[in-house]
Design a protein around this ligand. Structure first.
Ligand SMILES: [Zn+2]
Length: 263
């Protein structure tokens, strides 16, 4: 029975990839224009396109406040979300369905506390938000700004989907489910040292080496260093080689070496 279900699932995936593949033009335009995808091999890009296709087929992307989500917008959001799970698989985004997109920064209509399983980004207006087993909420303005020019260390899609991965094993606490070949103590030591260091820099009014927002909570720290990992990996690897190494092990990607391959 299990084998039949697996076989049916494989057939369904093949059907989706064949009949609902992302149109080539918006895909190709995105791959050439967005720096976050720079250095990916042709094989990785082909795999990313498949993941993005399946992601768009499984998730609902809804615009609110009059926002009409075009194919280009949907592909840009989905492809960035799938970059995080390129070597992990789409199962890492199981358990929720919806992505809500506001035209610009939005204000939450409720209390936001970590204990409620909600992680919020920014204090007054939000550029993104992730709910445990619920939707991801994004501001298109912020995504478009980051796509239009290079903002090292900043990527709201990476940030919010990193929270999603963090929430796979309970509430967001800065530690996603580690792989069997990873050592929990090494992760904890690397992350807490770097987190403490960032908090110290801020306490002494030193200019922080990475986005100060990461100092607000361990969950935010994981989301912020994930932003650096994908958009400015050299800075993160230089600043905290041990955190970078743990992220290489978790995401099973090495953006420093792939960026070094860019001619
Ligand atoms: Zn956040």
């Amino acid at each position: 029975m299990k084998n039949i279900i697996k076989w049916l699932e494989r057939q369904r995936i093949r059907y989706t990839l064949r009949h609902h593949a992302i149109p080539w033009q918006p895909w190709s335009d995105l791959m050439h224009s967005a720096s976050v995808f720079e250095g990916l091999s042709a094989v990785d890009k082909a795999h990313l396109r498949e993941l993005t296709t399946l992601f768009l087929h499984r998730k609902t992307l809804s615009g609110v406040k009059g926002l009409n989500v075009s194919t280009e917008m949907a592909v840009a959001i989905a492809a960035q979300a799938c970059l995080l799970i390129l070597k992990l698989g789409l199962d890492y985004y199981d358990g929720w369905l919806e992505i809500v997109i506001y035209p610009g920064a939005f204000r939450p209509t409720r209390d936001t506390t970590d204990s409620a399983g909600i992680v919020s980004h920014q204090e007054q207006t939000f550029s993104g938000e992730s709910w445990s087993r619920g939707p991801v909420i994004l501001s298109w303005d912020d995504i478009a700004t980051e796509l239009a020019s290079n903002h090292p260390g900043h990527n709201v899609v990476v940030h919010e989907f990193a929270h999603k991965l963090d929430m796979l094993n309970g509430s967001a606490n800065g530690m996603p489910p580690l792989h069997p070949d990873m050592v929990r103590e090494k992760w904890t030591k690397s992350f807490s040292q770097a987190f403490d260091h960032l908090q110290e820099q801020l306490a002494h009014h030193h200019r922080p080496a990475i986005n100060a927002y990461g100092a607000t909570a361990p969950a935010e720290f994981f989301a912020v260093v994930s932003e650096y990992f994908f958009t400015d990996p050299q800075t993160l690897a230089h600043l905290s080689p041990s955190v970078y190494k743990q992220l290489v092990l978790f995401y099973r990607q090495d953006p420093v070496s792939r960026q070094a391959s860019i001619p």
